[in-house]
Design a protein around this ligand. Structure first.
Ligand SMILES: [Zn+2]
Length: 385
């Protein structure tokens, strides 16, 4: 199917449009007479942090290549057309096997090659301290090691695109420079860095904060601290977990106001996202409970979160229904903005010359959006039955 034509109301202004694409790329957008019966049309969602979904865990070796395809397809139901499987702190050999497996899946399945824009390596070059380290294994975190990273990047055939590290390790600035030179985006996260270390990392080319406000000490000096310092660095894009649990809405609001066009959402989902409610065993986190509402907590301490189980769409809807962002802005925070951060083709959104990655959406009475069908590269890849 080389030529496609989609009709909908543009998510930005609800004007009816007809979008034409050839070979998966938008070639023309024409206005139509207003028709409120048309679905809303919006760019596909872009999630830079997915640890797993629907029973698949990108941190559980061995990785099965078909399971990467399964996640790619499952995420279409959530309107996600681009994502970064995220591999966290593991031992060196397991990390190598994980990134190799994901890279192989990208080459074996066209849908994965298209939907997976690269790999996010979150660790092991992160803080060893309780708090910033989060659920990562203390015995496996280490200082940035360029030759080790090169070994992984070789196994990944260059697919590691985003790296989260803590810049307080000695040698971080040189390591960040090397990464940036090789086209790898460096993000600060799971860090307890001081102001000078954060400034030096930004100077060396770090350009993002990973889930700012999480992976942090429970108690911090009022100022200075690494949250203020990252907020004040204008060059840092700010990723926020939008599941409504990891950050209070007031904190999300403040981060959004400070970072403006550089604030965006990630889901940071674990393998339990998209699973029925119940009690589960996670290899990181142990016994956990997934509630009817999609909240994931420790079984023996329900006050403590055990990761996220809500897709990006939840975060978009939470911002809209809380009145914290317009539909246009909330959607951009989970689509064109993260794509722009990584300079992905999807950054153009619904515009001539961009890939036709899109979601057709319905809206309920409170303004919450629901995915009716999803298109990737101009092809309908999922439709509500
Ligand atoms: Zn994390």
């Amino acid at each position: 199917m080389d030529k496609v034509c989609l009709r909908g109301r543009d998510y930005r202004d609800l004007a009816a449009v007809e979008i034409h694409a050839e070979h998966g790329v938008i070639c023309q957008i024409r206005p139509l007479p207003q028709d409120d019966a048309l679905p809303i049309i919006a760019p596909g969602l872009v999630d830079l942090q997915i640890n797993g979904f629907a029973g698949v865990d990108f941190n559980h070796y061995p990785i099965n290549e078909e399971s990467v395809l399964a996640v790619t397809r499952r995420l279409w139901q959530e309107g996600v057309t681009t994502f970064l499987p995220t591999v966290i702190t593991n031992n060196d050999d397991d990390t190598e096997q994980m990134v190799r497996g994901i890279a192989n899946a990208r080459r074996r399945f066209a849908a994965v090659g298209y939907g997976v824009a690269g790999i996010h390596l979150e660790g092991p070059f992160i803080s060893a301290e309780d708090g910033p380290r989060g659920a990562h294994d203390r015995t496996l975190v280490k200082a940035p090691d360029w030759s080790l990273f090169q070994r992984w990047q070789k196994a990944a055939r260059g697919d590691i695109r985003l790296l989260t590290l803590a810049p307080e390790w000695p040698g971080s600035a040189a390591f960040i420079r090397n990464c940036v030179q090789e086209g790898v985006t460096v993000s600060l996260g799971h860090t307890g860095a001081d102001a000078a270390q954060i400034a030096a990392a930004v100077e060396a080319g770090a350009s993002m904060s990973t889930h700012l406000g999480n992976g942090a000490h429970l108690l911090l000096p009022r100022h200075p601290n690494y949250i203020w310092e990252q907020l004040a660095q204008d060059k840092l894009w700010c990723a926020m977990i939008g599941d409504g649990e990891h950050l209070p809405m007031s904190v999300l609001k403040v981060f959004m106001r400070v970072k403006r066009q550089r604030a965006f959402l990630v889901s940071d989902t674990t393998s339990l996202a998209g699973m029925p409610p119940g009690r589960y065993q996670l290899h990181i986190g142990g016994d956990v409970v997934l509630s009817e509402q999609g909240r994931l907590s420790l079984a023996d301490n329900p006050g403590l979160l055990a990761g996220s189980a809500r897709s990006l769409l939840y975060g978009v809807n939470a911002l809209i229904t809380a009145g914290m962002a317009s539909r246009h802005e909330a959607w951009d925070m989970a689509s064109v903005r993260p794509a722009a951060m990584l300079d992905l083709p999807a950054k153009g959104g619904l515009a001539v010359g961009s890939p036709l990655d899109a979601a057709l959406l319905g809206e309920n009475g409170t303004g919450e959006l629901k995915v009716l069908s999803t298109y990737a590269q101009g092809e309908c890849v999922w439709r509500e039955q």
